[in-house]
Ligand binder design. Structure first.
Ligand code: WT7
Length: 664
């Protein structure tokens, strides 16, 4: 646990007064907003909290159930059960249900590859009928390869259509998927495979990124040398380069999937059966497998897509969330949510600046994208590349913009609103987490006046509050801990294999409430302002990393005696990574070792965890009780006086002595 002095650390104190009312024409643009005024929102929100089971039962009835529930909600935080006794299947609701209702020929997924060989990118469109057939075949093929209901299948792929098929096929047969973002290294795969006890991995030969091939299969091969658990590897051919092959272990997707049974049925799943694991960073070195279950997650993701994005079938919408499916945003809002709503979802394989810096705007124009959902880090980068890239394209199809992952700075918000949205699109700034499954605090686009930088108000059925350690609510504009006081259907049901850690991390801090790990405040309007993580988690370019994980990676290098990692302000990434390192005797601090250490972290965790700064010090600053003085290090990292390249040996221990009284 961090020092109490850190808890209300304010990373941004925004005094933003500009208020943007929901644009009047928005409602027409999406075929009629559901909730059209703040009063209506408030009444519905109150009603949802007065009768949680009633509210969620009504939402759940919009989906199909093989067997209805006996009870909507049983028990309370920390371990509630939702839709007890019900049976359903997520793939059935996202795919088969639409085919059965006569929509088999409609497009479910629009996929665009990164390379543009003759200027024309490769585009594939998958209908619900094709998705049904392909998920059935893969589910059947996986069964032949030994996967049974309740197993965990690891997925390590690029953003190709087969990735969507892979998740849905797991849901179809009742195996949980554990998707690992393609930027993670072999050790990270091996650790997650071990923790999940997963025997089968689905991967690609490679993926495209800025015209380069990322050799995914090689990384999985390396992981198979680090863990003995992996028995089978299914490989999608995407990039076509030579790959090493182990005939006893590896099979090509194109050899096994066409053999699969196209009528393989959707398994009837208990409401609380595991749907997926998704590993995310926490405040210790070991990533935790966040566990989500079937019925509650499905109902929550469906409802948030309906109210927050106003996704509705037959309204000519084309929805694009730019997240990778390797993150929770991709699970809930690239794949499951839009498919549950029967709105076509766009998947783009590559980078926003390949082949040119207008690639996203080109995609929006060519496909007539109506909904764009992305992260502040991307918005800052796109803004930095210049308005000319945006203005070159006709973005008049856009009706709604969304942001997620970190607090958005008002300049980026205003740019998104004016330049991208032409001033006519509402922006939904959605606060949520891997653990929450879906949106928790967010504007409703037809109802909530927005203020740049605020995620505004809680979603229906969400009882969010700013409290202190005793659970007492804080007065307006006073920083505190962001907590959720009542259960919601999309919440995590545990950390895989570690119930004590689940109870301690999320419910051990504030009596009776879910603690999100964020500091926040509410303004006089009641709007929420997220101030950032109050634990040892940093949010780097919208990717969540544990400082301890990076520290462990550094310390595993033979030259390193001790390491401390903190976040630092970074213009594009929001938060950058600063590493303070003391060396073992006999090693020379210098540029060569610095770049070796950066590479070492990339090799141990993945390129996304590369420190932006490595500073050598003879000793790390510590309090009398031996705790590393992280606040001091954060101040030093944020300071402008020392630059990475001119820093040589510095004794931060001296600074520590000067500052000691401040930290204790
Ligand atoms: C952390 C969760 C939810 C999908 C992406 C990240 C930060 C998320 C916002 C937002 C300010 C935000 C929080 C949260 N965060 N959305 N709209 N405004 N901060 O999921 O990796 O589980 O990270 O991201 O700090 O705790 P995640």
């Amino acid at each position: 646990m961090t020092q109490p002095t850190d808890e209300t650390r304010i990373t941004s104190v925004l005094q933003e007064e500009r208020v943007f009312d929901p644009p009047a024409r928005f409602s027409e643009a999406v075929g009629g907003a559901r909730v059209r005024s703040l009063e209506e929102y408030r009444a519905l929100h109150r009603r949802s909290l007065d009768d949680l089971p009633g509210f969620w039962a009504e939402e759940a009835r919009e989906l199909e159930w093989f067997k209805p529930w006996d009870e909507v909600l049983q028990g309370d935080l920390p371990e509630p059960k939702w839709f007890v006794g019900a049976r359903t299947n997520l793939c059935h609701n996202a795919v088969d249900r639409h085919v059965a209702a006569g929509h088999g020929d409609e497009v479910a997924i629009v996929w665009e590859g990164e390379p543009t060989p003759d200027g024309a990118p490769e585009v594939r469109r998958l209908t619900y009928a094709e998705l049904q057939r392909e998920t059935a075949r893969l589910a059947s093929a996986l069964t032949t390869l030994g996967v049974v209901k309740g197993d965990v299948v690891t997925i390590y792929m690029g953003m190709v259509p087969e990735l969507a098929v892979a998740l849905l096929a797991c849901a179809r047969l009742g195996a949980a998927h554990s998707v690992i973002f393609g930027g993670f290294a072999a050790q990270a795969i091996a650790d997650r495979v071990e923790d999940a006890g997963s025997k089968l991995v689905i991967t690609c030969d490679g993926g495209w990124r800025r015209g380069q091939v990322i050799r995914l299969k090689d990384t999985v091969d390396e992981a198979t040398r680090l863990t003995a658990r992996i028995e089978k590897v299914v490989v999608v051919r995407r990039t076509g380069q030579e790959v090493a092959w182990d005939a006893a272990r590896d099979v090509w997707w194109h050899d096994v999937v066409p053999q699969g049974d196209p009528d393989f049925p959707c398994a009837p799943m208990d409401a609380e059966d595991m749907l997926f694991l998704l590993y995310t960073s926490g405040s210790t070195g070991k990533p935790k497998g966040i566990l989500h279950t079937t019925a509650g997650y499905m109902t929550f993701v469906h409802a948030t897509c309906k109210y927050v994005f106003e996704l509705r079938p037959d309204a000519g919408q084309l929805y694009w969330c730019t997240a990778d499916i390797g993150w929770v945003t991709g699970h809930s809002y690239v794949l499951y949510g839009p498919l549950l709503r029967r709105v076509p979802t766009l998947m783009y394989e590559g980078a926003p600046n390949a082949p040119a810096e207008d690639r996203w705007w080109d995609i929006v124009e060519r496909h007539r994208v109506t909904h764009l959902y992305t992260a502040p880090t991307a918005i800052r980068a796109l803004r930095g590349w210049g308005d000319q890239h945006v203005k070159k394209h006709d973005l008049s199809s856009l009706a709604l913009l969304g942001t997620v992952g970190e607090p958005i700075n008002p300049e980026a918000w205003i740019w998104y609103h004016e330049v991208v949205g032409g001033g006519r699109c509402p922006i939904v700034d959605t606060w949520w987490q891997t653990e929450t499954g879906g949106h928790m605090i967010t504007p409703l686009p037809g109802a909530t006046p927005t203020v740049p930088g605020s995620c505004t108000l809680p979603f229906f059925g969400v009882d969010a509050a700013i409290v202190n350690e005793r659970g007492e609510e804080m007065p307006p504009n006073t920083g505190g801990l962001l907590a959720i006081r009542r259960p919601w259907p999309g919440m995590l049901r545990g950390i895989h294999g570690d119930r004590p850690r689940f109870l301690k991390t999320y419910f051990g801090r504030i009596p009776g409430m879910y603690f999100a790990g964020d500091g926040a405040r509410r303004d006089a309007r009641g709007y929420f302002w997220i101030m950032g993580r109050v634990d040892d988690v940093i949010n780097v370019a919208g990717h969540r990393l544990g400082t301890m994980e990076i520290e462990s990676a550094l310390v595993s290098h033979p030259a390193v005696a001790e390491a401390a990692v903190v976040g630092m302000p970074h213009e594009l990434k929001g938060t950058g990574i600063a590493a303070f390192v003391s060396l073992k005797r006999g090693f020379d601090a210098g540029a060569a070792l610095r770049s070796q250490l950066v590479q070492h972290v990339a090799h141990e965790i993945g390129a996304l965890a590369k420190p932006d700064q490595v500073r050598f010090t003879t000793s790390l600053p510590k309090t009398r009780s031996g705790k590393i003085m992280r606040r001091l290090l954060r101040d030093i990292a944020a300071g402008k006086e020392v630059t990475q390249d001119t820093t040589t040996l510095e004794d931060y221990g001296v600074l520590a002595k000067l500052r000691e009284h401040e930290e204790e």
